[in-house]
Design a protein around this ligand. Structure first.
Ligand code: GLV
Ligand code: MN
Ligand code: MN
Length: 411
């Protein structure tokens, strides 16, 4: 019942909002491009006659009523992107949710529970930390006031950015209370493709730790200052970056470590850096191992700064423990995948997702479809149409079953 051409056309259309030369798009959270994306998707919600609600942090959802007075089965994800984003990360889950609802309406399918499709503010965390901000606020895991005060990489606060693009709604925190939460997403990694499988049945999400380190030393002449006399903030930052990689190597997979931002001041060829700022992203499926990785990194950073006569400050940007999805809903996904004849495996998610924020408040789970070459957060991100179709069809089956389909053809 899924109309693949319509789904593809919407993915392409939304991909043109904030399109980058060479492909992909840039819709950083609460930017003018994000505002244009929100307007487009909200118009699609309204075109279907759905009731649309936006909450105080800009999360937006559309509901198709059910036959009974029950909480909705919510399908959702995000439409913000990193600055070098592809067309599928997040958008797939939102537009597939919309497609499920539209095709259910067209097929005359009725459900006991309402069906809802949602997009959540600032899932990426690329402009404002932490990631999963909107879904975290919606589920009570992140405090609204602190999130509104969070400053982006451009020094603008979430609150000001919400106001400036007109994305602040009236609905209070907790207004969206799902009976179940389902998210279709691209895998963003290489496993499904490497194993020739069609579907990932996601069992949970690994823990995430983001830290920003600021090192302060003293600027000095690069030619005249003897090495022992330097207080080189750049050297300390570089050593921390090397240690992050060493931790990933020593801890072994699934531990990963990334230094995604690094800046020096005054950032000149012949001046010893006075100040350096860098971020470290550590992830592990095991909370104990993640905490150990953090402890080793923090101790190393302190010692490295001290040895160089520098000072170090550390700011936590995001910290999420590993999350396990609802076993019964995960089983439902695997069972429906079998019924549809789709090859699949169970797997944890390496990326953060809005679904992990819903996991503590309602049965939640995710479906992955393969990513070509495992690439994401890259304009080359690609998932083949037949994989998108399988993911959307599986989402439809699981969502309609959960919502209690009582009338109309099987999805
Ligand atoms: C967010 O999506 C992340 O995994 O970094
Ligand atoms: Mn995503
Ligand atoms: Mn992403």
């Amino acid at each position: 019942m899924i109309d693949l051409d319509r789904l593809l056309a919407r993915i392409e259309h939304l991909g043109q909002v904030g399109a980058l030369p060479g492909g992909g798009c840039k819709r950083l959270a609460l930017s003018p491009e994000d505002a244009a994306g929100r307007a487009l998707v909200t118009a699609w919600f309204r075109d279907l006659g759905l009731e649309v609600t936006t909450d105080v942090i800009g999360n937006t959802w559309a509901i198709r009523p059910g036959l009974r007075d029950l909480p909705p089965v919510v399908m959702g994800s995000h439409i913000d992107t990193v600055a070098t984003g592809g067309l599928y990360d997040g958008t797939l889950g939102v537009l597939a949710g919309l497609e499920v609802i539209q095709s259910a309406i067209e097929a005359g399918i009725e459900t006991d529970h309402p069906l809802a499709v949602a997009f959540f503010t600032n899932e990426e965390g690329a402009r404002f930390a932490p990631d999963m901000m909107g879904s975290g606020v919606a589920t009570g895991a992140l405090p609204l006031d602190a999130m509104l005060a969070s400053r982006g990489i451009d020094d603008v606060t979430v609150g000001d950015a919400l106001t400036s693009i007109g994305a602040r709604g009236d609905a209070p925190v907790g207004a969206l209370s799902p009976a179940a939460y389902l998210e279709l997403h691209i895998e963003q990694g290489p496993v499904l493709e490497a194993e020739g499988l069609q579907i990932g049945v996601v069992t949970g999400v690994q823990g995430i730790s983001w830290t920003e380190f600021t090192v302060k030393g003293r600027s000095a002449h690069a030619g005249t200052t003897p090495m022992p006399m330097r207080r080189d903030a750049g050297h300390v930052a570089a050593a921390i970056a090397m240690e992050a990689r060493a931790i990933a190597t020593d801890f072994a997979p699934p531990q990963v470590a990334t230094v995604g931002r690094l800046s020096f001041s005054p950032d000149l060829v012949n001046v010893v850096p006075e100040r350096a700022t860098l971020t470290v992203d550590l992830r592990n499926t095991d909370e104990n191992r993640l905490a150990k990785a953090e402890a080793r990194l923090f101790a190393f950073a302190e010692a490295a700064a001290q040895n160089e006569g520098c000072t170090l400050t550390r700011r936590g940007l995001a910290r999420f423990e590993p999350v396990a999805f609802d076993p019964a809903l995960v089983d439902d996904i695997a069972t429906e995948a079998d019924r549809l004849g789709y090859s699949h495996r169970r797997m944890p998610s390496g990326a953060g997702h809005d679904a992990q924020m819903f996991a503590p408040v309602c049965p939640s789970a995710m479906i992955f479809v393969p990513s070509r070459d495992g690439i994401s957060h890259n304009i080359e991100e690609y998932t083949a149409p037949e994989d998108l179709a399988r993911g959307a069809r599986l989402l439809a089956h699981v969502a309609l079953a959960r919502a209690g389909q009582t009338k109309g053809p099987r999805a």
